[in-house]
Design a protein around this ligand. Structure first.
Ligand SMILES: [Zn+2]
Ligand SMILES: [Zn+2]
Length: 289
C-alpha cells in the first residue's frame, strides 16, 4: 500500500513573477496532487535580480529559501516552493556556459525543507560588448533571439550608474536597435553591454530546464525516508574513493551516492548508476602521479 503523502489539491505557494508556474505546476500536480498558488503583487526583485541592479543576498540556497518564505507569508500557506537559477562557466570546462537551477520545497506542517537541483549546459547564457547594433548580427541568432530576449545597458557611464540605465525583455530587432542607440548616447566608452535575458518568461530554454527540475523534485517528494517516513528522501552527496584497479588505493573518483532524509539523520549509500567497480589506473595518484 502506498502512503498518501499530501492531501489532494494541497495548496502550495510558488513565489514567482516570471511565469514559472507554467513549468512547475503540471509535474507537481501530476506527481503529488499539489495545487500551485502564485501570490499576486509579489516583489521577488527585493531579493536580488539577475541583471545586477539589486545584488542577490546570500548563496542560491539561501536566496531560494527566502523567496519561498516570501510566497508563504504572502499567501498564509504552510507549504512553499521557489526556484533560483545561477549562470556561469561549467565547473570542469571554463568556456562552456552552464545553468545551475535549484528548486526548494518548504513544508512547515511537517517541519522540513528539501532542495532539488540541475546543472546543465543546456543554456543560451552569453554576453557581448558592441559599439553598434550591426555588431549583433552573429550574437542574436546564436542565443535564439527573438524567442529568447536580450538585455542592454551602457557598458560604462563613468559615475558607476550604468546599472540604473537598463533595457530588459527586448524581443524585436527594432527594440534592440533603439535600446542600443539610447545606451550609446550615454556610454562614456562608446560600448554597449548586451546579454541574454535569463528571466524564465523571456527564456524558453531555461523554462524547459525548470520543468525538468520540477519533475525531479516531484519524484524526490514521492520517496519517503525509510526511517521516519518524511517525504523527500534522495541524493544528498557523493562518496569519493573509488578503488584503483591496479593498486587498490582510493582515488578521488566517486564510488557511491549518499541519499539522505530532509528531516532526520538517516542516510543510506547506493551504488552509482552505470559506474565502474574500480577506477582506471590513470586516475590513481599512486600509479599515475
Ligand atoms: Zn593505483
Ligand atoms: Zn527521516
Amino acid at each position: 500500500m502506498k502512503t498518501v503523502l499530501y492531501e489532494p489539491n494541497q495548496p502550495v505557494a510558488l513565489a514567482t513573477k516570471h511565469g514559472k508556474e507554467r513549468a512547475i505546476s503540471r509535474p507537481l500536480r501530476a506527481g503529488l496532487g499539489f495545487r500551485i498558488v502564485v501570490p499576486e503583487n509579489l516583489d521577488t526583485d527585493v531579493l536580488g535580480t539577475f541583471s545586477g541592479e539589486i545584488e542577490r543576498q546570500g548563496n542560491p540556497r539561501e536566496a531560494a529559501l527566502a523567496k519561498a518564505r516570501l510566497g508563504m507569508k504572502e499567501t498564509g500557506l504552510a507549504f512553499g516552493l521557489a526556484n533560483e537559477g545561477s549562470f556561469g562557466p561549467y565547473p570542469s570546462s571554463l568556456f562552456i556556459p552552464a545553468d545551475y537551477e535549484l528548486l526548494v520545497f518548504v513544508d512547515d506542517a511537517s517541519g522540513f525543507q528539501v532542495f532539488e537541483q540541475i546543472l546543465t549546459t543546456e543554456t543560451n547564457f552569453a554576453h557581448t560588448k558592441i559599439s553598434s547594433f550591426d555588431e549583433l548580427a552573429d550574437f542574436l541568432p546564436r542565443i535564439g533571439f527573438p524567442s529568447h530576449a536580450v538585455i542592454a545597458r551602457p557598458n560604462s557611464v563613468g559615475d558607476g550608474s550604468e546599472y540604473q540605465i537598463i533595457y530588459k525583455g527586448l524581443q524585436s530587432p527594432e527594440a534592440v536597435r533603439q535600446a542600443v542607440e539610447s545606451c550609446l548616447d550615454v556610454s562614456d566608452d562608446g560600448l554597449v553591454h548586451v546579454e541574454t535575458d535569463m528571466r524564465a518568461h523571456y527564456n524558453p530554454k531555461r523554462m524547459r530546464v525548470i520543468r525538468r527540475l520540477a519533475v525531479k523534485l516531484a519524484r524526490r517528494l514521492q520517496t519517503e525516508c525509510p526511517s521516519c517516513l518524511t517525504p523527500g528522501f534522495g541524493i544528498a552527496d557523493r562518496k569519493l574513493g573509488l578503488r584503483c584497479e591496479m593498486c587498490g588505493l582510493p582515488t578521488h573518483l566517486a564510488c557511491a551516492e549518499i541519499h539522505a532524509c530532509p528531516k532526520c539523520d538517516f542516510q543510506k549509500e547506493f551504488p552509482l548508476p552505470n559506474a565502474p567497480q574500480q577506477a582506471d589506473a590513470r586516475f590513481c595518484q599512486f600509479c599515475n602521479p
